[in-house]
Design a protein around this ligand. Structure first.
Ligand SMILES: Cc1cc2nc3c(=O)[nH]c(=O)nc-3n(C[C@H](O)[C@H](O)[C@H](O)COP(=O)(O)OP(=O)(O)OC[C@H]3O[C@@H](n4cnc5c(N)ncnc54)[C@H](O)[C@@H]3O)c2cc1C
Length: 431
């Protein structure tokens, strides 16, 4: 029997397998894809550089990602493109700017295929038994006699037995469910996302992360445009959908009938990735018996790549601890709950500050124009964190509350929910 079976060779699973193997454990890593460096799932692949993000201060230099606080590094030899400007754009083109005064990058676009290639090499070098093209189907936690997992590869099905199991299967978390960890976990739905890599755009800035808001772009979410490592003039356009309203139809509208039509009239799609994302609340206790769930599968939507790597690092050490008479899973849980903002006490309250926090849902196009115009002409804090940026945005908007109340009383009433977030401390005013 092996010490550890890891399911999923994304950044979380690769790092867990590597760390456990470096600790001297015997490790099998199963991954359903044949080639993990061929990225088919949508991911904007940007490292966040905010000091303190997920309890870290990530540095990227000397061919490495350096986790300066957690005290480890992983190789990364791929391309890096600095993301300097974070723009939010209204239907009529009013622009809210988040960037640092000295224009240092707030994030770094990277090549995810290269990241995973480097980490896979690292696993092989450490003696992990990597089984690609192998899908984990289900399994059983047998308590004192470990875990068994049924897997399928091109030759058929077989069983793997191990003392401990780390599930690092990503956001759709089927095995986390099958091993009973999702019991009682709140679930909010399954949006669809497509990421179109395009060349031939005009007038859209590079080195930027741009979010376009309003019905003129998309009826229920923002359109995001960011850098691409595919080739010099390429950009990535991220478009949402739901159920039978597929992202493709919104992309078509964007190209043919939106304020971006002129910018996209000669655009050519050179690559398309997509995914659906099961939106669950995060797991407060991400383990049960011999099984630990890590990465996106245990979180709320995304831990992002650097967070997934940290999950893997702590998970590999946790399993080593468990097998050496320590409470490794408890130690992991303590780190997990401290590192990620979605694990705070009021999880549902925190969700309201994720991403766009209802700019789109709450406001009509002319109201978005009005609010964005209030903030135009200045640069605001450069943080990139997907919870922090909306907080900073609304914190700036609420500074104009009196004016909004006088000029646009209906809009003021609509912002009651945002003021409530301020009252409960999720949004601070006057910083
Ligand atoms: C639209 C979008 C934009 C994003 N933008 C960013 C960004 O800018 N920066 C960033 O860092 N992150 C971003 N992310 C998030 C990032 O992709 C994830 O947080 C990260 O990949 C999570 O890593 P993970 O290892 O937990 O899971 P994953 O990367 O999803 O890896 C899970 C692995 O498990 C395998 N697997 C699943 N089930 C099984 C099974 N039953 N048997 C065998 N193998 C299995 C999968 O094939 C996969 O390889 C974005 C995500 C989305 C959807």
């Amino acid at each position: 029997m092996k010490d550890l079976l890891v399911i999923g060779a994304g950044p979380a699973g690769l790092m867990a397998a590597y760390t456990a193997a470096k600790n001297g454990l015997s490790v099998i890593l199963v991954e359903m894809k044949k080639d993990i460096t061929n990225i088919t799932r949508a991911c904007s692949a940007q490292f966040v550089l905010d000091d303190g993000y997920e309890g870290e201060k990530l540095e990227v230099r000397d061919g490495k990602l350096i986790f300066t606080r957690n005290g480890f590094d992983v190789p990364y030899a791929g391309e890096i493109i600095p993301i300097i400007h974070n723009y939010m754009i209204s239907p009529k083109g009013h622009r809210v700017v988040f960037e640092y005064e000295d224009l240092r990058p707030t994030a770094l676009k990277f090549d995810k295929g290269e990241l995973l290639r480097g980490m896979l090499d690292m696993c092989m070098g450490a003696g992990v038994d990597v089984r690609l093209n192998t899908m984990a189907l289900n399994g059983e936690d047998k308590g004192g006699s470990g875990v068994t997992v049924k897997v399928r590869n091109a030759d058929g099905e077989y069983e793997i037995a191990s003392k401990k199991l780390v599930i690092a299967e990503g956001v759709n978390c089927k095995l986390t469910e099958r091993f009973g960890l999702n019991e009682g976990r709140a679930y909010f739905g399954r949006p669809l996302i497509c990421n179109y890599t395009v060349t031939g755009t005009t007038g859209i800035p590079h080195n930027s992360w741009i979010q376009y808001y309003g019905d003129v772009y998309h009826p229920f979410t923002e359109i995001m445009v960011g850098e691409s490592t595919e080739c010099e003039d390429a950009l990535e356009i991220t478009v949402g959908g739901i159920n039978d309203m597929k992202p493709d139809m919104f992309y078509e509208k964007l190209v043919n009938d939106s304020p971006l039509s002129e910018n996209l009239k000669d655009a050519r799609i050179i690559k398309k990735t997509g995914c659906s994302v099961k939106s669950y609340l995060s797991l407060e206790t991400p383990y049960k018996g011999n099984v630990l769930s890590i990465g996106d599968g245990a979180g709320h939507i995304e831990v992002i790549n650097q967070g997934a790597i940290m999950c893997g690092y702590h998970a590999g050490n946790a399993v080593f601890g468990e097998l050496n008479g320590e409470r490794g899973f408890e130690a992991y849980t303590e780190w997990w709950n401290g590192a990620f903002v979605f694990n705070c006490e009021d999880k549902v309250g925190q969700l309201k500050t994720y991403g766009a926090i209802n700019i789109k849902q709450a406001l009509a196009d002319d109201e978005i124009d009005y609010v964005f115009a209030l903030l135009e002409g200045k640069s605001y804090c450069g943080h990139f964190d997907q919870y922090e940026v909306p907080r900073n945005f609304w914190s700036e908007v609420l500074k104009h509350s009196e004016r909004i109340e006088n000029e646009r009383p209906e809009l003021y009433d609509k912002l009651a929910g945002i003021r409530e977030l301020q009252r409960t401390g999720f949004i601070k005013v006057g910083r």
